[in-house]
Design a protein around this ligand. Structure first.
Ligand code: FES
Ligand SMILES: [Fe+2]
Length: 361
C-alpha cells in the first residue's frame, strides 16, 4: 500500500475560524424592536433591527458589569442595559448615556463601547462578521451570496442543529460515501445502486470544485431538467464552511448553498438555501423541495447524533482514499489558512492542479 492510499489517522481540532461571515439568524425573525439572542463561534450576540431597518449585532455583554444586553430595552436606535441603564448606539455600540453620572466626573462616555460586529442581510439571513485579531484592521470581505441566474425565481430555506463540532459537520457535508447508507429510500437510491464514480476536482480560491459534469441520472433534479437540455452540475466547497451546488440546463437552473456554522465547540447548525426557476408556475415545488430537503437533513442530523456518542471520547479517526480525500483537503485548507494568518504570507493551496478521484457510492 502506498502512503497516499494508507488510512490517515486524523483528529479534528475543531478550531472555529475567525475572519469570516456567518449566518446568525433568518432575516424574518428579526423584526420590530425585539432583541434576539444568537451564538456564533461561542460568542454570545444580541441581534436586532433599528427603526431605519438596519440590522445590528453587539456582543451580548454590557461593558459595565456584563449584564446580557438582550435583557435590556431597545427604542429602535439605542439599546439600554437593564442593570444600570447605560445606553448604547445599536449600530456602533458607542455609549451615549450613563444615568448615574452627575456631571463633574472626568469619564468620557462616548469613549466607552459595547463590542459591535459588522452585520448585513443577504439571501434571507442576518450575517455577522467575526473579525480575526490577526487581521483586525482589514475591512470585511463582501457577504457571501447564493448565485442566481434569472430575475425571477423561487427560494426556500432549511436549518437543523447538528450535535457535533464544525469539522464533523463539514466533512459530513462533503462525504460522498454515506449516501447509499444514510439516505436510503425506495424512490431515491438503495445500496444496490452503488456504482463506481469518477470526478475531477480542481482548486479554487479558498476551496475546491468538482468540474462541471452530468448529474447522476437517477437523481430527481436530473429528471426534472433533462427536458430543457443536457443538465450540468458544479459543486464547490469554500472555506470556512460553504458547499455550493448548481445544476443548469438551457435557461433553467437550480442553485443551493449549505453552510455549517459553529455555534459552540460541540454544536453547529446547517443552513440550506435553495433557489430555482424550474416550474415556477407549479404550486407545489416549494413544498416538495422542502419536504425532501427536510428529510435529507433529518437523516444527516440523526446520523450525527449517533456519531456524537462515538466521538465523546475523542477517538483517532481514519480518512481513506479516495472517498475521504475531500475531507483531507478540508483539513489541509484549514491548516493552510491558519498558517497564512500566522505568518502573514499568502495561503499555500493544498491542491496544485486538477485531481481525479474514484470511489464507489
Ligand atoms: S451592567 Fe450594564 S449598565 Fe451596569
Ligand atoms: Fe448527507
Amino acid at each position: 500500500m502506498s502512503d497516499a492510499a494508507a488510512p490517515t489517522p486524523q483528529t479534528p481540532d475543531a478550531e472555529m475560524l475567525l475572519g469570516f461571515w456567518y449566518p446568525a439568524l433568518r432575516s424574518p425573525q428579526v423584526s420590530g424592536r425585539k432583541l434576539h439572542k444568537a451564538m456564533l463561534l461561542g460568542v454570545p450576540l444580541v441581534v436586532g433591527r433599528t427603526d431605519q431597518g438596519q440590522v445590528f449585532a453587539l456582543r451580548d455583554t454590557c461593558p459595565h458589569r456584563s449584564m446580557p444586553l438582550s435583557d435590556g430595552q431597545f427604542d429602535g436606535a439605542q439599546v439600554e442595559c437593564c442593570y444600570h441603564g447605560w445606553r448604547f448606539e445599536a449600530t456602533t455600540g458607542q455609549c451615549r448615556e450613563i444615568p448615574s453620572l452627575v456631571g463633574h466626573e472626568k469619564l468620557k462616555v462616548e469613549r466607552i463601547h459595547a463590542s459591535s460586529f459588522p452585520c448585513e442581510e443577504a439571501d434571507g439571513y442576518v450575517w455577522v462578521y467575526l473579525p480575526d485579531p490577526a487581521t483586525r484592521n482589514s475591512s470585511p470581505p463582501p457577504v457571501p451570496r447564493l448565485p442566481v441566474f434569472s430575475q425571477r425565481y423561487r427560494i426556500t430555506h432549511l436549518a437543523a442543529d447538528l450535535p457535533s463540532n464544525v469539522d464533523h459537520g463539514i466533512i459530513g457535508l462533503m462525504d460522498p460515501a454515506h449516501g447509499p447508507f444514510v439516505h436510503q429510500s425506495w424512490w431515491w437510491r438503495s445500496r444496490r445502486s452503488i456504482q463506481v464514480k469518477e470526478k475531477t476536482f480542481e482548486p479554487i480560491p479558498n476551496g475546491f470544485r468538482i468540474q462541471a459534469h452530468s448529474p447522476s441520472p437517477n437523481s430527481a433534479p436530473y429528471k426534472l431538467l433533462k427536458a430543457h437540455g443536457q443538465p450540468t452540475t458544479t459543486i464547490e466547497f469554500v472555506l470556512p464552511n460553504m458547499r455550493f451546488e448548481q445544476i443548469r440546463a438551457g435557461d433553467k437552473w437550480f442553485s443551493s448553498r449549505a453552510t455549517v456554522t459553529p455555534i459552540e465547540r460541540n454544536l453547529c447548525r446547517i443552513d440550506v438555501v435553495a433557489a430555482w426557476n424550474i416550474f415556477p408556475w407549479f404550486p407545489f415545488t416549494v413544498s416538495l423541495l422542502r419536504f425532501f430537503g427536510r428529510m435529507f437533513i433529518e437523516q444527516d442530523r440523526l446520523t450525527m447524533e449517533k456519531q456524537a456518542v462515538g466521538l465523546r471520547h475523542s477517538p483517532t479517526l481514519m480518512l481513506v482514499d479516495d472517498a475521504d480525500r475531500p475531507a483531507k483537503w478540508y483539513f489541509q485548507l484549514k491548516a493552510a489558512h491558519l498558517e497564512a494568518r500566522r505568518t502573514g504570507r499568502p495561503m499555500e493551496h493544498p491542491l496544485k492542479g486538477p485531481v481525479t478521484l474514484r470511489w464507489r457510492s
